[in-house]
Write a protein that binds this ligand. Sequence first.
Ligand SMILES: Nc1ncnc2c1ncn2[C@@H]1O[C@H](COP(=O)(O)OP(=O)(O)OP(=O)(O)O)[C@@H](O)[C@H]1O
Length: 506
Amino acid sequence: MNSSSVPDTVQVVVRIRPLSSRELTAGHHNVIVQPNPGEPRLVARGTEEFTFSDVHGPSVSQEEVYDRSVRGLVLKLLEGFNVSILAYGQTGSGKTHTIGTSFDGHLSSRSGILPRALLDIFDAVNAEPTEGNGGDATRTSYRVFCSFMELYQEHVYDLLSPRNRYDRLLGIREDMDGVIVPGLTELAVSSAQEAFGWLMYGANCRATASTSMNKESNRSHTIFMLIIRSRRVRDATSRGEQAMISKLHFVDLAGSERIKKSQASGDRLRESIQINKGLLALGNVISALASSSGASQSKSARSPFVSYRDSKLTRLLQNSLGGNSITLMLACVSPADYNIEETISTLRYADRALAIRNKPSKTPPSQLSQSSSAAEMERLTKTVSQLRTENDQLRRRIATDLKLTTVGKNGTSRQLVTQNRVLHSQLQSSIEESTRNELRASIAENALGRLEPLVVPEASLPSKLDSAIANAWNAHSGYRKSMVKMSSAVRPNCITMYSGSESCTS
Ligand SMILES: Nc1ncnc2c1ncn2[C@@H]1O[C@H](COP(=O)(O)OP(=O)(O)OP(=O)(O)O)[C@@H](O)[C@H]1O
């Protein structure tokens, strides 16, 4: 721990799930032993010994896991630190159960750490007291937003978007803030109940399937994110207040699995290969970071290269591993004899992660001057007007395409086929152009959202700009709808947007 009692190494907590009734019936037995319950040490297969930040045995409740290992870290979020909690482990080892990604909306003894954290955070946010200091009162106001994304077969999907599966597909980019997902939906939430609603909405859309190892196995990695924008105000009329942004990530990783053992085939096999590839890249990053921590301490060996760019998973987790975040890794394991190879592999992986050093720091308070905010507003206004012009041009193209279709209907079938092909390729490029516009509009919206808490709310410019963006966005959405309608009229089902085996495709 550093001076302000913030852990500067990755905290690694092991959770051992109980044997399931199926395993007990089949006569499997426990091969993971915690010699002294309460001590963070365990012995696997009678020979291999490990010591972690903490160990939760099979009888430890969800509430105790949260109280002992999570609550303290999560509340650091409100002090301005970024916090990441990752659940890692073999398929069926209890990651989703522990995180609580499949929360049903009712808090009970079975609820995982995510809904419990949401309750604590909103309790604190809504109860932040006013600090009096003579005549100079200070008050902190918070605005909370949530996002939920899924990484399925190296594609990032926005789980909170109201759009269809294809339109939920997003890219990854790097900017001054690190790795970002432009266009990811960020929804303002003011209570734990509201956040529960979005958690359930998104979880319902993630890719799951029944496998031989788990009745309801997650075939993707998911990241639920809570973003807190806080503003410390000295008094009601104070300007140039301190603004801070901190982020909490809950990462429910897909389970590693041995393909020979799971006997996966077809879609399940393809998913398993991608899952294992992402987890292998994560393992390499963990090893490199652990070695570089050792190297920096010995000051002799050269630090190995950390290959974050090998997979989208490692890019998305870049800040959680080796970045400025306070990170907790929950290594979930099965105690059953038939899973011992996978359990030992998870424990070794977790043991490496213990050596990773992060540099937790508060996101520097932004004190944007009014002039730089105004310049940014001007830039965004220009972007909106550019998008409007592009929309007009695209609308004109659609009108021309429609005329062509009418002519085609009166011609021979050969002509129709040729025109159909031309239209198809025009539509494809229109759709691509439109998708690019959509991304840019989202980036502009995101940037505006970030600026909003920092700008002195005096002029009507922000609201004008908001409505300009909304108008451009509406026009843009209307245009997209008509284009998609037209594409099916021209050649029904001819454009395959995306083909996959997700459970949520509408
Ligand atoms: N600590 C626990 N106490 C009681 N039941 C548990 C515990 N951990 C896991 N389970 C049960 O074990 C089963 C598998 O757990 P879960 O779905 O969380 O595994 P997973 O690691 O997320 O699997 P996958 O990677 O395949 O998605 C579930 O039925 C879950 O309720």
